[in-house]
Design a protein around this ligand. Structure first.
Ligand code: UT7
Length: 307
């Protein structure tokens, strides 16, 4: 358990929207297949592939909403596997673009779709009194998509979400793990993303349920006491399977994959920022966020909302 509070959230999604019908230009698919198998209706593509641009926009918003001064930021972590740079890190470039202090620790982290959760945990461990951390999940998944592979190209989208965290009195419960695998979900350098959908599906439903149970047990809560669960937004059928099995009301599982598709490390912070902006998050609410994906990685955090 660590102590942490989220002070502000931000998000950015590219303007270029591709509908399910647009995807039929590339592959033999249909709006009906994509909607019923995944719940996805639209996705947004960052045509220049810049993870940095998206990260800058989401981070600016998060810092502004947090109410802290930029020179109080002591760490920047960007979760991504689709950076346009092998080096430097997007986090290092955020230092320049956002005019952050030079004495910060900055790095990118790749835990695929669990990346934002891993970054939150890492960021929480780096917090000191009066110094905050900027945590970003940002992806241009479109840059690694094979637009002739219907098994993958219809599923993913681009975007960025960010938050500013600080030390607080709120407990952060966390669960994480991985099982080394480079077959079921892999993008080698200079190659497209490949996925064995059914195998990932099985991993996802099992992991989501187990992680949720582990988190509430650690926090001494029951699942009924959770106000919201923000799952990685991969497929509404994964989420539905879990809330039905665990008998949790559907409305506690926030979903925005209809509009953005699977944005990998950006999916959870994008949902969090959207919920924050809609005023859904009230002080004292108990929120679980759970990611799963390539690695195969998984990670979950449970926190109480509010400063
Ligand atoms: O972010 C990391 C985590 N990723 C995930 O969690 C993804 C998990 N997996 C899934 O969400 C689902 O497995 C998919 C949405 C990827 C696929 O759904 P599925 O129900 O598992 O379909 P399937 O792969 O078993 O394919 C069923 C059929 C196949 O045709 P045949 O062999 O039955 O003739 C596929 O070729 O659907 C076909 N198919 C498509 N048809 C139309 C696959 N993709 C498409 C498509 N349009 N886009």
């Amino acid at each position: 358990m660590q102590e942490m509070t989220i002070l502000g959230t931000g998000s950015f999604v590219p303007e270029h929207i591709l509908t399910n019908d647009d995807m039929t230009q590339y592959v033999d698919t249909s709006d009906e297949w994509i909607r019923t198998r995944t719940g996805i209706v639209n996705r947004h593509f960052q045509d220049n592939g810049s993870v940095l641009e998206m990260s800058v926009a989401a981070s600016r918003q998060a810092i502004e909403r947090s109410g802290i001064a930029k020179d109080q930021i002591g760490a920047v972590i960007v979760a991504t596997f689709t950076s346009e740079y092998a080096t430097p890190s997007i986090a290092s470039l955020l230092q320049r673009e956002l005019d952050l202090p030079a004495n910060i620790i900055s790095f990118d982290l790749n835990a695929a779709c669990s990346g934002f959760i891993y970054a939150l945990m890492a960021g929480a461990a780096l917090l000191t009194e009066g110094r905050y951390a900027l945590i970003v999940g940002a992806e241009a998944v479109s840059s690694v998509l094979d637009m002739s592979d219907r098994n993958t190209c219809v599923l993913f989208g681009d975007g960025a979400g960010a938050c500013v965290i600080g030390k607080g009195h709120k407990a952060l419960y966390q669960v994480a793990g991985c099982q080394g695998d480079d077959e079921v979900l892999v993008a080698r350098r200079n190659d497209y993303l490949h996925m064995e959908g059914r195998q990932v599906f099985k991993f996802a439903v099992k992991t989501l349920e187990r992680t949720l149970n582990d988190l509430v047990e650690q926090a001494g809560l029951s699942v009924e006491e959770l106000d919201y669960v923000i799952s990685h937004q991969a497929n509404y059928r994964i989420i539905k399977h879990v809330y039905e099995k665990m008998k949790i009301p559907a409305e506690k599982f926030y979903m925005n994959l209809q509009e953005f598709g699977n944005t990998s490390a950006a999916s959870i912070p994008l949902a969090l920022a959207e919920m924050d902006q809609k005023g859904l998050l009230q002080n004292g609410m108990k929120i679980a966020m759970i990611g799963f994906g390539s690695g195969l990685t998984y990670g979950g955090v449970l926190l109480e909302w509010g400063k």
